[in-house]
Design a protein around this ligand. Structure first.
Ligand SMILES: NC(=O)c1ccc[n+]([C@@H]2O[C@H](COP(=O)([O-])OP(=O)(O)OC[C@H]3O[C@@H](n4cnc5c(N)ncnc54)[C@H](OP(=O)(O)O)[C@@H]3O)[C@@H](O)[C@H]2O)c1
Length: 301
C-alpha cells in the first residue's frame, strides 16, 4: 500500500516506521525532524526498537505519487489547515484516516475532503517526540479503525490487515464514532488534570481527592455525551478511565507534554466541544468549564 503520514510527530512517526516494513511510506513533518530522518533514518526506542530509512518531506508538493492511504496525525488544532493541503494527493480510492484525539477532527477534515474518503481511528499506543529523528514508544496499545457509516467495507478490512501485518494490533469497529466519544471522555479528565498539576497519570489515583475529581469529570462528560444520543454509562467510563490511568501510570499525558513545551493544547477539541454540547443540551458543565479555564491560565489561546 502507498501511504503518506501527514503530521509525522510522535504517533505519526511511530506508525509510519512500523507501516514502512511492508509498504511504501512517506512522512510529512517539520524541518528538524525531516532533516534528521533524511540524514540518519528514523529511530524508534522504548517498547519498539528499530531504525528505519524512510522518505521524509516538509510539504506534500514533494510527493510524486497518489497514496492509497493518508494517515492524519497532526494535533486537532492543525486539522483544518492540514486537510486543506491533502487535496492534490487524492485519487478516487484514497482513504484519509484520522488517528487523532478530539471530537471535531472528522468535521474539520470534511470541510476540505469529500466524506467518501474519510475513515476514523483511535489508538491507545503512547509515543513521545524525544528529539528530531528519535521517537520513544512509551506504551504498547490497541488501535481501532472504522468507516464513518459503520460498514465493514472491503477497504476497511484491507486497512486492518495492513496494520496488523505491520505489527500494529488493530480491530475493526462498526461504531467508530462511539469509540472516539469514549476516548474523549477518558481524556477529558486525565489530560487537563495532569496538564494543570504537572504530574504523571498515575498520581490521579494516588491522591483520593484527585481520584474523586476525575470521577466527577468523567460522570459529567459521560452525561453530556449521553444527552447527545451516544450510548455511554458514567459507571463504565469511570472504570475505563481508572484502567487507563493504571496502564499509563508512569506516563506524562500529551496535554502536559504540550504545556511543558510551551505549545498549544487540544483542550478545545476535547473539553471545549463537551462544554458546548452540554450548554446546548442544558447539562451541567461545571467541571469541564473549570478544567478549560485552568488550562487556558497556563496557555492562553
Ligand atoms: N502521542 C501519542 O501518544 C498519541 C496517542 C494517541 C493519539 N494521539 C493523538 O494523535 C495526534 C498527534 O499527536 P502527537 O503526539 O503525535 O503530536 P505531535 O508530536 O505534535 O505531532 C504532530 C506533528 O505534525 C506536525 N505538523 C502540524 N502541521 C503540519 C503541517 N502542515 N505540515 C507538516 N507537519 C505538520 C507538527 O509540527 P509542529 O508541532 O511544529 O506544528 C508535529 O510535529 C493528536 O491528536 C494526539 O492527541 C497521540
Amino acid at each position: 500500500m502507498k501511504i503518506v503520514v501527514f503530521g509525522s510527530g510522535a504517533i505519526g512517526s511511530l506508525f509510519g516506521a512500523l507501516l514502512a516494513k511492508h509498504n511504501t511510506v512517506v512522512l510529512v513533518g517539520r524541518a528538524p525532524h525531516v532533516t534528521s530522518i533524511r540524514q540518519k533514518g528514523l529511530l524508534i526506542n522504548g517498547k519498539t526498537r528499530l531504525t528505519r530509512m524512510v522518505p521524509a518531506v516538509e510539504s506534500t508538493k514533494e510527493i510524486s505519487f497518489s497514496p492509497d492511504l493518508i494517515l492524519l496525525t497532526v494535533k486537532s488544532y492543525d486539522t483544518e489547515t492540514a486537510s486543506s493541503q491533502l487535496h492534490p494527493l487524492l485519487h478516487d480510492q484514497t482513504m484519509v484516516v484520522s488517528l487523532q484525539n478530539g471530537l471535531d477532527n472528522i468535521q474539520k477534515i470534511g470541510k476540505n475532503i469529500e466524506k467518501k474518503h474519510i475513515l476514523a481511528g483511535v489508538t491507545t499506543h503512547g509515543a513521545l517526540f524525544l528529539k528530531p529523528g528519535i521517537i520513544t514508544h512509551t506504551g504498547k496499545g490497541k488501535t481501532i479503525l472504522g468507516e464513518l457509516n459503520g460498514h465493514s467495507s472491503k477497504r476497511l478490512k484491507t486497512l486492518v490487515t495492513v496494520f496488523n501485518q505491520a505489527g500494529i494490533e488493530t480491530q475493526m469497529s462498526t461504531d467508530i464514532e462511539r469509540e472516539i466519544w469514549r476516548k474523549a471522555i477518558i481524556n477529558s479528565s486525565i489530560n487537563p488534570l495532569t496538564g494543570f498539576l504537572g504530574c504523571k497519570n498515575g498520581y490521579l489515583l494516588e491522591n483520593p481527592l484527585l481520584e474523586k475529581t476525575a470521577e466527577f469529570v468523567c460522570t459529567e462528560s459521560s452525561l453530556i455525551v449521553s444527552s447527545y444520543g451516544i450510548r455511554v454509562s458514567p459507571g463504565e467510563m469511570i472504570e475505563k478511565t481508572k484502567e487507563v490511568i493504571q496502564d499509563t501510570a508512569q506516563n506524562y499525558s500529551s496535554m502536559l507534554q504540550s504545556i511543558q513545551q510551551g505549545k498549544k493544547t487540544e483542550i478545545d477539541s476535547i473539553n471545549g466541544v463537551l462544554l458546548r454540547i452540554g450548554a446546548k443540551q442544558k447539562i451541567d458543565t461545571s467541571f469541564n468549564r473549570i478544567l478549560i479555564e485552568l488550562i487556558i491560565s497556563l496557555y492562553p489561546t
